[in-house]
Design a protein around this ligand. Structure first.
Ligand code: 5AD
Ligand code: SF4
Length: 512
């Protein structure tokens, strides 16, 4: 039991008799500021969203309070995230709801009362890691039988995974997918009531629910979803199957969220989507991604805008033009190449040729000389020969990526590539991967070192984990720099002298 535990915190803040509120009468954008203890949970749950979820948050809060009083300590929760920025943002939404219902966040997974894994399935090793961590979680639960274990995210959208979980992981309490994450509060309440494994997976959705609580990891920067899903169906990729069809949020919702974030101290945002360049196409009033960026740029107090990820086939001249003249859009473009062989790109259904990619990347470099271009490359796609890989390496030499994420092809059940013949022998893949990795590292080192001796603005993000006398910042081009400093500098954009380049990062000092 913790000494500092204040039982008062668990009591309703207002006199429940005088202040019961029917959520049906509250507008969506006023819900976040609501006192959940004042919600009237005696009628049926409202049908409208997000009111319905706030109703269940209030119900869950009553449950959490009861448990905490019984145990004489607050209940704790841990959120573990696998995978991409999109998942990281989803985890902030999970954390927002967990906090609203009364859990205290903890880093100590083993001791948490509620443990949730937000999973990824883009490559098989992501799945294997989740199974490994679940095995550990089972051990924690044996020591702490009251612990609840939940699973959500992309991996849960695969039928084979659900079958395996049902059969071999009966200790899991709650499983849901990517399309119904907004219903987390309701599912949590169902799971409290059910006392057995609750599974709710949807095949798809066209719905976007706004105005749910979010608990940000960083006070000064934030991801902002601009769209969900993907329509591209690259032949190796499972994302369109697990994240569903592309849906764009309305610009006024996105800009409203950014304004609120800025008012709350955020100086840098990252606009998130699987393919941001096709943003806005299916909106009632279509808007381009470049148009959205221009609107975001106007928001006073916002200092930096990042975005991720761009598909080369959809990157417009308008975007290059907007980036070129922008004071806020960061000098970084993540432009996945995947392969430098036109033959393989065709098999991948990427819908551009090697020449088109090179032309685009080199044009961007000409137009915006200080930009950093980073990429993703897959080695060992079915049928890839040494000559194909040589072509990929040639593109790396020409475009000189500032950083490249290299992946070994992973066969994903249900994707067209999984059924292709001539899967490449693992030994050949490994050798090719090692050669490519050496090349991209050498190229990236050279690129990063371009700015040695100059002064650039860095957003200071954290105290350095290895040396508490140093802080770590990020340049507009996404390069990391370590400078002497302290926690008071976190969240500030400061001019930094880039003194020594150490491969992929700099050691510097604050320039006066
Ligand atoms: N195998 C290996 N890498 C993959 N990616 C997506 N699907 C696979 C797969 N089946 C990579 C792509 C993508 C990045 C997010 O993950 O390079 O850009
Ligand atoms: Fe996957 Fe291609 Fe969509 Fe990216 S664009 S998520 S690689 S299908």
């Amino acid at each position: 039991m913790r000494d500092e535990y204040d039982i008062e915190n668990l009591n309703p803040r207002k006199d429940p008799l005088n202040s019961k509120v029917d959520l049906r009468n509250i507008k969506a954008d006023e819900l976040k500021a609501m006192d959940l203890d004042a919600v009237d949970t005696s009628p049926e749950a409202p049908d409208s969203e997000p009111q319905r979820q706030y109703y269940f948050m209030a119900k869950c809060r009553q449950h959490v309070r009861k448990e905490a009083l019984r145990l004489g300590r607050p209940l704790t929760c841990a959120t573990v995230t696998f995978g991409c920025q999109m998942n990281a943002r989803d985890s902030e939404k999970l954390a927002g709801i967990l906090e609203a219902v009364g859990y205290e966040p903890t880093e100590e997974e083993a001791a948490a009362d509620f443990l949730i894994f937000n999973t990824c399935t883009v490559r098989d090793n992501a799945n294997q890691r989740v199974y490994g961590r679940l095995g550990e979680a089972n051990g924690y639960k044996r020591h702490n039988p009251g612990m609840k274990i939940a699973l959500c995210g992309c991996m849960m959208q695969e039928e084979a995974v659900i079958q395996r979980l049902r059969k071999s992981y009966p200790f899991v309490d709650l499983i849901f997918g990517t399309h119904n994450l907004y219903k987390f509060a309701e599912l949590l309440y169902t799971s409290y009531e059910a006392g057995r494994m609750v599974i709710d997976i949807w095949k798809d959705t066209d719905r976007i629910v706004e105005d749910l609580p979010v608990q940000r990891k960083y006070p000064f920067k934030s991801g902002v979803n601009i769209m969900f899903g993907c329509n591209n169906f690259c032949s190796y990729c499972i994302v369109p199957y697990v994240r569903g069809r592309e849906r764009s949020r309305r610009p006024e919702e996105i800009l409203g969220e950014i304004r609120r974030l800025v008012a709350d101290g955020v100086v840098e945002i990252m606009l998130l989507g699987q393919n941001v360049n096709s943003y806005g196409r299916n909106l009632e009033e279509p808007m381009t991604f470049a148009g959205l960026l221009q609107e975001a740029e106007k928001i006073e107090g916002l200092q930096r805008i990042r975005f991720m990820t761009s598909h080369p086939k959809d990157l417009s001249d308008e975007l290059i033009e907007v980036m070129k003249h922008s004071a806020k859009i960061c000098r970084h473009l993540h432009l996945p190449l995947q392969s430098g062989s036109t033959r393989i790109l065709e098999q991948m259904n990427r819908r551009y040729t090697r020449e088109q990619y090179e032309e685009l990347a080199l044009r961007i470099r000409r137009e915006i000389p200080d930009i950093a271009i980073t990429t993703d490359i897959i080695v060992g796609f079915p049928g890839e020969t040494k000559e194909d890989l040589e072509e990929t390496m040639e593109v790396v030499r020409r475009v000189k990526f500032d950083n490249a994420f290299t992946f070994i092809y992973s066969k994903r059940t249900g994707t067209p590539a999984a059924a292709m013949e001539n899967q490449v022998p693992p030994e050949q893949v490994r050798q090719g991967f090692d050669r490519l990795l050496r090349l991209v590292q050498d190229t990236a080192r050279e690129q990063v070192a371009r700015y040695q001796g100059s002064v650039m603005d860095a957003l200071i993000e954290e105290v350095n984990g290895n040396d508490p006398a140093m802080v770590t910042g990020r340049l507009s081009n996404n390069t990391i720099v370590h400078v002497p400093g302290d926690a008071s500098m976190i969240g500030k954009l400061l001019p930094v002298s880039l003194d020594e380049c150490h491969g992929f990062y700099y050691i510097g000092h604050i320039a006066e």
